[in-house]
Write a protein that binds this ligand. Structure first.
Ligand SMILES: Nc1nc2c(ncn2[C@@H]2O[C@H](COP(=O)(O)OP(=O)(O)OP(=O)(O)O)[C@@H](O)[C@H]2O)c(=O)[nH]1
Ligand SMILES: [Mg+2]
Length: 219
């Protein structure tokens, strides 16, 4: 009985996500859903990405947090449109929450909409919001075993951004092992190794993302 209730919730969410997706497609908007554990560097990556791309790509951001608007305030300082969702306890964003923000944006003025999900390594991966793809961040401080212990997010993501590589000299963690374990869960992952602190590795991420925006838009 319980299983069927969960299934119904996910099916209802999938329908709403599909409707969102149809609107994004109509507007030629590329949308990605950025997920990670709390503190892995989602907002830091967005701040860097906005600084690097804002003259070339018209960006908007939806921030998801259980409470507070601190991340939205960080993004607003960059001068781009941002809406904060407070889930009030829920550990993920869903299609309905995303749809509720649409009135706050002018999609005709945007190329790329990024959804920063609630910091959580499990729940956000279960829910579609109408995105073109999911991207996740794993920071090296989280350890080598995370792909094996929390496989769903790795499985659902198109991109894995391994962040905080500036800290590797201080940790007993192997980047090669993290990558090997992640690729065991999902051999199709595109992987970037970056530091949002030093900027190392970010150019490759920016180039890849620009390409997604270009190819994601109708001719
Ligand atoms: N050393 C180091 N610290 C980083 C790096 N990226 C982010 N941080 C720090 O990690 C902390 C969390 O970064 P955020 O960008 O707020 O992480 P988040 O994933 O958005 O966090 P939530 O939204 O709360 O889940 C901050 O203190 C950042 O300065 C990095 O590459 N290296
Ligand atoms: Mg954040």
């Amino acid at each position: 009985m319980k299983i069927s209730v969960v299934k119904n919730i996910l099916e209802a969410n999938d329908r709403i996500a599909q409707e969102n997706r149809a609107i994004f497609d109509q507007k030629g908007l590329t949308v990605f859903n950025l997920m990670s554990s709390p503190g892995a560097g989602k907002t830091s990556l967005l701040e860097k990405t906005i600084d690097a791309l804002k003259d070339q790509v018209k960006l908007g951001v939806i921030e998801g947090d259980i409470q507070s608007s601190q991340d939205a305030e960080r993004i607003a300082q960059k001068g781009i449109p941002v809406v904060q969702i407070n889930t009030g306890g829920a550990c993920h964003l869903d299609g309905n929450m995303i749809r509720d923000t649409f009135k706050e944006f002018n999609f005709d003025d945007l190329d790329l909409l990024v959804v920063e999900n609630v910091g959580n390594l499990v729940c956000p991966a279960e829910f579609k919001v109408g995105e073109d793809f999911k991207a996740m961040i794993l920071s090296v401080t989280e350890g080598e075993d995370k792909p094996t212990k929390y496989p769903l997010m790795f499985h659902e993501s198109k991109v894995l951004i391994i962040n905080k590589i500036d800290l590797l000299p201080y940790l007993d963690v192997s980047l090669e092992t993290i990558k090997k374990e992640a690729l065991k869960v999902n051999p199709h992952l595109t992987i970037f190794e970056v530091s949002c602190k030093t900027g190392q590795g970010l150019d490759a991420w920016y180039d890849w993302l620009k390409e997604q925006v270009k190819t994601g838009r109708p001719a």
